[in-house]
Design a protein around this ligand. Structure first.
Ligand code: FAQ
Length: 327
């Protein structure tokens, strides 16, 4: 319901009011907004912000794990890890495509990432020194991603929600493969058990930070929830995630590194220690353990891929020319 360009100011205002009412009605009915529909500018901008950040996270998120492809301990592990990293590239592709339906170009989003102007998830600014990190990433990082993303399958914006359905299916395989890596290590030698526990110690708190700042410091949550983009608050999802981890940690035989983690009968939820938000803010400000390395590598890959983009553009130009000649 886009207003025709030649409408007078008064008619345009009338048109926008009617379009806003239709949009409000669709949100109230928990229906989907599709690319053809009119939407408030702020809704469009919020979605571009969240979806592009999400896409960048998938692409940057390939780096910590690809670090281990050449050093995976067996052919089976190598094949699984390669498939997982490839899946993340696919997730980036679905998400960039969903963002493009909102009127932003892929080159623009990529440029924002390369220029260091775009956000991506804090979690990918941590290093992966041991093989057990592959297990901890799968179990904790993909686990947190699923917890956050299953509700996004019902996001009010159609292309985003539909992309999330497919992504979540793949993430659940990723989470299980991480769990299985840790399980195998925990059933191994003393040194392997120590390596698994050390990885869990390092990834536990950063994985809780993935859900974003506490609710009282989350400027975007209220509006995103009113628009049915987010369905639960950051703290609600974080709490749900911890509840999911505790029984799984028992099966694995690992300890979650929080001395204050305890079941609260009254709240029917786990109490936990305060998260170190200074660390989170430092990572967001670009001062995490691997921020500089992640961007450096991304820029390098972008430059290395220039010839592919040029070849694809030239191929598209020639195809269009051919089609024109036939028509
Ligand atoms: N890292 O007001 P809120 C994955 C920013 S994919 C960095 O609460 P919002 C798969 C936030 O953008 C992981 N920045 O914001 C995988 C905002 O900044 P802005 C990515 C963060 O949007 C696994 C400011 O703080 N998943 O793991 C973070 O309502 C393994 C204020 O925050 C998604 O992106 C953070 N952790 O809620 C891949 C899911 N948290 O833009 C490879 C979709 C917050 O105002 C290997 N996104 N910020 O300057 C979301 O659900 C939401 O955007 C939240 C943040 C929950 C992340």
């Amino acid at each position: 319901m886009t207003a025709p360009a030649d409408l007078s100011v008064a008619s345009r205002e009338e048109h926008d009011e009617a379009a806003q009412a239709l949009f409000d009605d669709l949100i109230a009915k928990d229906s989907r907004i599709e690319p053809r529909d009119w939407m408030p500018e702020a809704y469009r901008k919020t979605l571009i912000r969240q979806i592009s950040q999400h896409a960048h996270s998938e692409i940057i998120g390939m780096q910590p794990e690809s670090n281990w492809i050449t050093r995976a301990p067996s052919l089976k592990r190598k094949a699984i890890l390669m498939a997982k990293v490839q899946d993340e590239a696919g997730h980036g592709l679905y998400l960039y495509s969903a963002a493009q339906t909102l009127g932003i170009g892929r080159e623009e989003m990529m440029q924002q990432l390369i220029d260091g102007k775009a956000r991506y998830s804090s979690i990918f600014n941590y290093t992966t020194p041991t093989w057990a990190d592959m297990g901890a990433i799968g179990w904790l990082v993909d686990g947190a991603a699923i917890c956050n993303q299953v509700p996004l399958c019902r996001a009010s914006y159609g292309p985003y929600g539909r992309a999330m359905v497919r992504i979540c299916k793949e993430e659940s395989f990723h989470q299980r493969q991480g769990f299985e890596i840790l399980l195998e290590l925990m059933q191994g030698s003393e040194a392997q058990r120590e390596m698994a526990q050390d990885a869990v110690n390092r990834w536990y708190w950063p994985s809780l930070m993935m859900f974003g700042p506490p609710d009282d410091q989350s400027p975007n949550s209220a509006q995103s929830m009113a628009w049915n983009i987010k369905r639960f608050s950051n703290d609600e999802l974080r709490q749900r995630f911890v509840g999911m981890l505790v029984p799984q940690a028992e099966v694995l035989g690992v300890t979650l590194p929080d001395p204050n983690l305890a079941w609260n009968e009254e709240r029917q939820a786990y109490d936990m220690s305060e998260i170190d938000w200074t660390e989170f803010n430092e990572v967001l400000a670009g001062r995490g353990p691997a921020n500089a390395e992640r961007l450096r590598r991304r820029r390098e890959a972008h430059d290395d891929g220039a010839w592919v983009r040029e070849a694809a553009a030239e191929y598209a130009r020639k195809q269009a020319e051919r089609e024109k000649a036939v028509a």
